[in-house]
Design a protein around this ligand. Sequence first.
Ligand code: AOS
Ligand code: ZN
Ligand code: ZN
Ligand code: ZN
Length: 418
Amino acid sequence: MRGAGTRLEEEKALKSTEGPAYEGLSGTLAARGVDVDRVEGRLRSQRLETPSWGYGDTGTRFAVFPQRGVPRDPFEKVADAARVHGLTGVCPTVAVHIPWDRVDDYGELRGHAESLGLRIGAVNPNLFQEPGYRLGSVCHLDPDVRREATDHLLECVRVAGEVGSDVLSLWFADGTNYAGQDSFIERRHRMVDCLGEVYSAMPESMRMLLEYKPYEPAFYHTDLADWGAALTVCQKLGDRAEVLVDLGHHAKEVNIEYVVALLLDEGRLGGFHFNNRKYGDDDLIVGSVNPFELFLIYVELVGAEEHSETRIDYMIDQTHNIEPKMEAMILSVMNLQEAYAKALLVDRRALDEARRAGDVLGAHRTLLDAYATDVRPLCAKVREDLGAAADPIAAFKESGYAEKVAAERGEGAGAGWS
Ligand code: AOS
Ligand code: ZN
Ligand code: ZN
Ligand code: ZN
């Protein structure tokens, strides 16, 4: 029992902004030549967008396990997202999905969000649920189906205007299941035509993000299978079309941090869908399987931040099937804060010197030194400075919010996913 008590106290100290943990860390960092104020400033300016669909009941094709207290409508999803922002301090926007978040009055949804200190972020169309899309949406061989798909995208451009968003975030389930089923190239031309129409309809201030995925739901080929397919379509559309990287959307061996660096260098990295996976597009909590990969992605992002101001939308794309949804979201946000913090601690000068000297392992160890730093007290301090919670999960549990909404909402409703 005594051991457990001590461990709990240690845990508590690590998450507290007072006492030896924070003092010790900031002292050590300062001794290492880190400008702690600057790092904290960067951490305070981090922005992460949470997805409305991550708050509702989702599932796999095998089952959906309903949880008490999940939101019954888009207004309640926004309320949960606002609570996550209140606890973490860095999630001021929530992505919406049409039709799952379709409402009669988008101005009202916007007003509701703003009254809770939140804004609506990316608008995500849905071109994968309707029976008419069996053979594709914007790539379908039938012009009537393509018309319907394009009209839905145009509807989402209008919705974005009404909710005050400037991002249209597109993912297509389009693809084929059998070799020979359709022409790769004709399908690509159909997509470019439809997207060209949508791009022209977007106001100057709006950006289009194109998300790629190698497989699923299509099993033979996907029409935007990888970063190259997405990038070249963006280049055809114009400067305001950029690539979105979802961490679950790569073949197993793909070096995602390299893809990130490459898109940054092309000036076409538009955004992320953060999540984590073990096998497929698992949409698990960010950093739960491969935190080192997440850190390495942030190392590239921090490197680029030094000399460019390009806008990147950092979004979470998760579906929580067995875990409590808000706690899962909060943990993802904390893991993203920690990954960013560690990347900010990389000794860039030492890294550069080691690279120039051809010191392979010196360079590698420079990254390991930053990664091995326990940044939790630093992140807790930053959250507290933002008026959020030093320990957001404990604060969430103590607040009784989950019990309160469970009583109010009862069984809730699905995110729209089935
Ligand atoms: C699907 O696999 C993609 O990750 C989508 O970005 C997303 O999960 C879906 O569009 C929900 O809106
Ligand atoms: Zn995604
Ligand atoms: Zn996905
Ligand atoms: Zn995913």
